[in-house]
Design a protein around this ligand. Structure first.
Ligand code: ATP
Length: 479
């Protein structure tokens, strides 16, 4: 359709094109024809006075002809009969205009107002067609509600998938971690609040998951809340949820908070040391009462979630600085475990490094191994970023390394340059308690042992270092 509505149906019918008497017949029955149209028809003059409405219009709107005929559309809008009138815009623009209109009876119409011109091209009337889209708009609303539900479900599924993929079985070889794990296993069977302390990257997350995975609540997904990253203005509604219409912008259905979502499961409050003080007060109340209340609600909901909290902060210092509530600390400090930094459990380093190497090699379809001496170098580094730093290093080595073996020189200088312990080893020799011959024999024997571990056999070492196998055995046993 062009901008000029009826006049644009080109060329207009001429009298000569019509059957004899057709024009008269049509003119006589023009109102019957309009009444037969299955859409509402509403005709106004240029001043917006209603000249005609058809039957379908009466049916759609529930308005009778006498209620609207002869009335100004603007007045009808003012009286709230409907909320929009097309007439003024059609007259102003002299072209077809479409809008939706809501009626007092709640119906939604889509209106198409079209200008009608006479033979001389002068605008004479505006004819508006009205179609009922109440059902369509109801369906649209339902679709958008369904869409919202699907989005929520997708979000939850993505969260669950993420959590699932993160479930790592802790890797350890050290005595201290064996003891830690055994304590956590005992704790897992209880519902006691657990506080996990430790430097960044030591694996607090991994151990929280471990405890949840070993608990009776393990068939439900653990709810992890990063207390440090929720904005202060949202933290309350995120934690405790809100009732429908609790505040502007609140969802019309209300929303459950983390504590409710964690029903029957575990809620892991990570970075608890970063929680704002106001929220700490609220959390304390939850721990004391075992109940939460949604924002805008008046019915307390029982909390059925096991609480695990973790932080890399020294909470005692935070209390002294006034940043953490002492009473909350006492509440949380029921069963506390401190995960030692990696430098205090060096026995875990080779096993962790090899585990990460295996995982990432598999992911990137590579076949790479550490030389023994590389593992030893890794073991001597102080790992300020703990397991996370080790994992990241191995990840980047797998991506960037060419060739089957990772040598110490492939490590960043900050790591292989740190192997000062070898110099420490010489301290003992420097005391002068043993002869040079004895010292050299020990160094030789150590070196050969490493070479055998590294190359896999005495035969290989003999070939590479051009030495007899029997000499190797003799030198090894001489130490
Ligand atoms: N014992 C372990 N076995 C296997 N992987 C581990 C172990 N400890 C840590 N990791 C891995 O190291 C990375 C860091 O661990 P995690 O996120 O649990 O540390 P965190 O102590 O929670 O750190 P932050 O304090 O920064 O939150 C993770 O990718 C985790 O999978």
């Amino acid at each position: 359709m062009t901008n000029h509505g009826f006049s644009a149906i080109n060329p207009p019918l001429q009298d000569r094109d019509m059957l004899p008497n057709a024009k008269d017949l049509l003119a006589r029955h023009s109102l019957d024809i309009l009444d037969a149209i299955p859409e509402g028809v509403f005709v106004t003059n240029l001043e917006g006075i209603t000249l005609y409405v058809n039957r379908m219009y009466e049916q759609l709107t529930g308005l009778s002809r006498h209620q609207v005929l002869g009335r100004q559309v603007r007045t009808l809008v003012e009286e709230g009969v409907f909320d929009v009138a097309l007439n003024p815009e059609v007259v102003r623009k002299s072209k077809t205009v479409t809008h939706t209109q809501r009626l007092r009876n709640g119906k939604m119409l889509v209106l198409t107002g079209t200008p009608v011109f006479d033979e001389s091209g002068a605008l004479r009337l505006v004819i508006t067609f009205a179609r009922d889209i109440t059902r369509i708009s109801q369906l649209n609303e339902q679709i958008s509600e369904q869409k919202q539900l699907i989005e929520q479900t997708n979000e939850q599924m993505a969260y669950m998938a993420r959590e699932q993929s993160l479930t790592t079985t802790p890797v350890f070889a050290s005595k201290v971690m064996r003891e830690t794990l055994s304590f956590l296993q005992t704790m897992a069977k209880t519902d006691a609040t657990l506080l996990i302390l430790g430097e960044t990257g030591v694996g607090k997350d991994v151990f929280a998951r471990y405890v949840h995975g070993q608990s009776q609540r393990c068939d439900k997904v653990m709810m992890k809340v990063d207390c440090g990253s929720i904005s202060e203005s949202l933290v309350e509604s995120e934690m405790f949820g809100y009732m429908a219409g609790a505040f502007t912008g609140a969802s019309s259905k209300g929303k459950a908070g983390y504590f409710e979502l964690a029903k029957g499961s575990t809620i892991f409050l990570d970075e608890i040391g970063e929680m704002p003080l106001t929220m700490q007060t609220r959390l304390l109340r939850v721990l004391q009462d075992g109940e939460i209340m949604r924002i805008g609600g008046n019915k307390p909901v029982k909390v059925d979630a096991r609480i695990i909290a973790a932080t890399n902060r020294d909470l005692v210092s935070s209390i002294e600085e006034g940043k953490f509530r002492q009473d909350l600390f006492y509440r949380l400090n029921v069963a506390t475990v401190k995960i030692p930094p990696l430098r205090e459990r060096r026995a875990d380093i080779p096993l962790l490094a090899e585990t990460f190497l295996r995982q990432y090699s598999l992911r990137y379809h590579k076949q790479i191994a550490f030389m023994d001496i590389t593992l030893e170098t890794l073991t001597h580094y102080h790992w300020p970023g703990n397991v996370r730093e080790l994992e990241n290093l191995v990840h980047s080595l797998v991506i960037t390394h060419e060739g089957p073996l990772i040598a110490p020189a492939d490590l960043p200088p900050s790591i292989h340059g740190k192997k000062t312990e070898t110099a420490e080893d010489y301290k003992e020799f420097l005391q002068g308690e043993r002869s040079l011959k004895e010292i050299m024999a020990e160094i030789e024997s150590d070196f050969l042992n490493r070479a055998i571990r590294h190359h896999g056999s005495v035969q290989q070492v003999a070939r590479i270092f051009k030495i007899n196998r029997s000499t190797i055995f003799r030198k090894i046993n001489k130490k």
